[in-house]
Write a protein that binds this ligand. Structure first.
Ligand code: SAM
Length: 277
């Protein structure tokens, strides 16, 4: 039963994935830190640096789960806006920075320059944990939570400047459909960004990584979360995910231009980027 996910027929995949995330939701964040030894935080920070969002931009974070990417997005945009303000102040040599900063912090929406992030996930339990985290961390302004399937997004065409999907697309049954939907909801000129486990090409590193992931991750899952099966699924889904080149081709097929990828940690993870023209 521990290896029950290997032969899951396509028709049952969505249901299995739903159950996995329903059962890990409460422990999801702590498990991410435990299994990646905290490195997932650096990968997510790297995604934001590549995204480099400007104040005013609208993000759709699909498979957004408990909100990690959207929280980082709001933080990043706020810092950008502050930097821009400081630069303007210096240029005009106005000594009223503190007054202006005070008025801006009282209108947080202005601090974000009108930016908004929508966290969209198929799993209500993950979103519930995310909403509570947002409350605890005081991320309210500029954030909304929507239940939705990456393969059939509940949004109109041409709505978002950026579409992100972090550690999400490998869970989707039909990746080609999810890519088409991403393309549809992006504005012309908008950018698709995907952070996902990928393929390590260095043979020595690859062997070490395989040993860690295949043998240790389900054990850590069992010890910390009492849930071997969900973490066995995690490892299998990582192994089945297409390599960097193949995924780039899939993006191009969905209509994205200027497709490129950046490997992180020797390709354990990659960020793919592409634009809608
Ligand atoms: N992006 C978050 C992060 O990086 O921490 C969460 C990633 S978590 C590994 C994967 C998420 O994908 C889960 O919250 C799951 O519910 C969601 N998911 C799976 N299939 C989906 C689908 N078809 N549409 C939208 N979300 C989906």
């Amino acid at each position: 039963a521990h290896f029950g996910f290997q032969s899951v027929p396509e028709g049952e995949k969505a249901e299995k994935v739903y159950k996995v995330f329903e059962s890990v939701a409460q422990k999801y964040d702590i498990m991410n830190d435990a299994m990646s030894l905290g490195v997932h935080r650096l990968w997510k920070d790297a995604l934001l640096r590549i995204m480099n969002p400007l104040p005013g931009c609208r993000l759709l974070d699909v498979a957004g789960g408990t909100g990690d990417i959207s929280f980082r997005f709001l933080e990043y945009v706020r810092n950008q806006q502050e930097r821009l303000l400081r630069r303007t102040m210096r240029k005009h040599q106005t000594p009223t920075w503190h007054e202006i900063a005070a008025s801006y912090t009282s209108q947080q929406a202005t601090v974000l320059g009108g930016s908004r992030a929508v966290v969209c996930d198929i799993n209500k339990e993950m979103l519930k944990v995310g909403r509570q985290r947002a409350k605890d961390l005081s991320y309210g302004t500029g954030l909304s939570w929507v239940v939705g399937d990456a393969e059939e997004l509940p949004f109109e065409d041409d709505q978002f400047d950026i579409y992100s999907i972090a550690f999400g697309i490998r869970n989707v049954t039909h990746m080609d459909k999810a890519l088409q939907e991403a393309h549809r909801v992006l504005k012309p000129g908008g950018r698709f960004l995907c952070l996902e486990f990928s393929h390590v090409s260095n043979p020595v590193l690859s062997r070490i990584y395989d040993a860690y992931s295949f043998q240790l991750i389900p054990v850590i899952g069992e010890v910390i979360a009492g849930d071997w099966n969900s973490y066995q699924y995690l490892v299998e889904s990582i192994r089945r995910f297409p390599d960097q080149e193949t995924f780039s081709h899939m993006m191009a097929e969905a209509g994205f231009f200027s497709v490129r990828f950046t490997n992180l940690t020797a390709g354990v993870v990659a960020v793919h980027s592409g634009f809608k023209l």
